[in-house]
Design a protein. Structure first.
Length: 551
């Protein structure tokens, strides 16, 4: 009954308290004198029969709210329509209103009126039908009209949040499309919006790593972002002339992600198993469980919206702003701006949830915490790259209809009957990496070293084009011939359409990866360098034979 105390109006409640103070002593007596009843009626300015009714009600309910004023007329909730009309209303609500098409009240009432008249009944007024809808359970109504996601968003009670006791205990990874149009380096024409992959530590709220890419989220983008998060970033900062400190490195104990396809890939799951990292998936359709990194992405996007070429967060905010015409930042320039924004203001401003800057929190937390590091930093990225299983044959290994061969595979012939994992970097198919039974990797280049480096994206387009031309079988020579023709067309068209310019930049990014094969996580993509230059294992350029190299 306590809840009803706070539902009555203040004036009615004051009157109820006055009545309770006067009548409660009388309700506790076995016999009442007429003098006492008359005095109570005088004090409360009500009739004597009304005093007796209130005393009986107070004895039955024993609460002050029982003394509240009663409005004239039928009691609230009482229905006076005939049962068969009530049944017609309930059936109409279930048939027409409780549907995912979400009819408006006006449209629903029109259908209800037609239904009533079809049965020979006079339809009740609009407010009567509306009261029957409001009497339904609101949660059930929202679920049937809007779906489970709206129920979760509107009726779910939050009980605490995701908390971690130490740095790198829980790390979140997520993607978003950046609210900014970029341009290519040469023509300064728009190439569209890039994708951003963020890696964030829950305990310190610090950004462990990020990846900017023109490709949609994939296993490779996760591998590159995670590699940057785990490995030191000094060489990455030096390459981009960034002086701000970024001391984060180390293996996370748990990675918290959504149910994206890239997080359920074989490569991601096996890479985490290889390094003792637990994967925790959010429940489906529950974005609130990723609140920390979602808020961080929202913060960064709001700051990015101050740059020329922004698309804003929605069309209402954008108005008549012409994003493509105002765009002026290239991929490389925006990558540096984003890094400076993260390493400068975000890392060093007081975080509302922490009460201190993330950089300060990281420094103090890591002083008392032992951070794990990968035993073989050179091969860390390879552990997360996508792979296919193949049998090693005398002519090498075949992947994507391309032959790969190296003398380092000779010792595997005749000694292994099992299929080995052949890993590849989609940005550069000029070499693959065969995983040995002991976990090491052998880099295996093209069998024909005259072939130019290509991307998996170019390969797929070439194969699709050849099949569209009626080719039943596709061989290696025809694939590379088609790619060379595609590149020639692309070079001619790069100034004509945004998609062509975007593809041109994607090829340039991949070419930088091919030009530095010793650092598979270094290119236009930001990712941590595997080793210092002094410890680098030398690897040949694409045009030279390598011999055996084991990582």
């Amino acid at each position: 009954m306590q809840s009803s105390v706070y539902t009555v109006e203040d004036t009615a409640w004051t009157i109820a308290v006055q009545r309770s103070d006067v009548l409660r002593p009388l309700s506790e007596k076995q016999r009442l004198s007429l003098c006492e009843v008359n005095e109570a009626a005088r004090l409360l300015q009500i009739s004597i029969p009304h005093v007796y009714r209130l005393i009986r009600k107070l004895r039955a309910e024993q609460t002050t709210s029982a003394m509240t004023l009663q409005s004239p007329g039928p009691r609230k909730g009482r229905r006076r329509l005939p049962p068969h009309i009530e049944q017609i209303i309930d059936q109409a609500i279930d048939r027409f209103f409780m549907k995912r098409e979400r009819l408006t009240l006006k449209r629903f009432y029109g259908l209800f009126v037609l239904d009533c008249r079809a049965h020979g009944h006079v339809p009740p007024c609009f407010n009567t039908v509306l009261s029957r809808i409001k009497a339904r359970d609101l949660k059930t109504t929202v679920r049937r009209r809007n779906g489970k996601a709206c129920v979760e968003a509107g009726f779910h009670q939050f009980q605490g949040g995701l908390e971690a006791e130490r740095p790198l205990d829980i790390v979140q990874i997520d993607h978003t499309k950046v609210d900014l149009m970029l341009v290519d380096d040469v023509t300064r024409a728009s190439i569209g919006r890039p994708w951003l992959t963020l890696v964030m530590d829950i305990h310190t709220r610090i950004v462990l790593g990020f990846l900017l890419s023109l490709e949609a989220p994939s296993t490779t983008s996760v591998a590159l972002a995670l590699t940057q998060a785990v490995l030191p970033k000094d060489s990455w900062r030096a390459e981009r002339l960034i002086e701000n400190s970024w001391p984060t490195c180390g293996l996370p104990r748990c990675i918290h992600v959504d149910n994206g396809v890239e997080f359920h890939s074989r490569a991601f799951e096996r890479g985490c198993e290889q390094h003792g990292i637990q994967i925790v998936y959010r429940p489906p359709a529950t974005p609130r469980y990723g609140g920390h990194i979602e808020r961080l992405m929202g913060t960064l996007m709001r700051r990015i919206q101050g740059l020329p070429g922004t698309t804003f967060s929605n069309v209402v905010e954008k108005g008549d702003y012409r994003s493509e015409d105002r765009a002026c930042l290239s991929f490389r320039e925006f990558e540096r701006i984003l890094a400076l924004e993260v390493l400068g203001p975000y890392h060093n401003e007081i975080h509302r949830g922490l009460g201190q800057p993330p950089m300060t929190k990281w420094a103090s937390a890591t002083e008392t915490t032992t951070v794990r590091h990968p035993a073989n930093t050179r091969a860390f990225l390879l552990d997360f790259l996508p792979y296919e299983t193949r049998v090693i044959r005398r002519d090498g290994v075949r992947l994507f209809n391309i032959q790969y061969q190296d003398g380092g595979l000779a010792h595997l012939l005749g000694r292994l009957d099992t299929r080995l994992r052949v890993k590849y970097d989609p940005r550069d198919l000029s070499a693959v990496y065969v995983e040995l039974p002991d976990g090491d990797h052998v880099r295996v280049p093209y069998a024909d070293l005259r072939r130019e480096p290509i991307t998996l994206w170019e390969h797929r387009h070439a194969v699709r084009r050849l099949k569209d031309e009626g080719r039943r079988t596709v061989d290696e020579a025809s694939i590379f011939a088609a790619i060379r023709e595609q590149r020639a067309i692309l070079n001619e068209a790069c100034g004509q359409s945004r998609e062509a310019r975007r593809n041109f930049v994607r090829r340039e990014i991949a070419q930088r990866c091919a030009d530095s094969p010793s650092e598979p996580n270094q290119s236009q993509f930001p990712a941590g360098k595997a080793e210092d230059d002094a410890d680098r294992i030398p690897m040949p350029p694409p045009g030279a034979h390598s011999g055996v190299e084991i990582w």
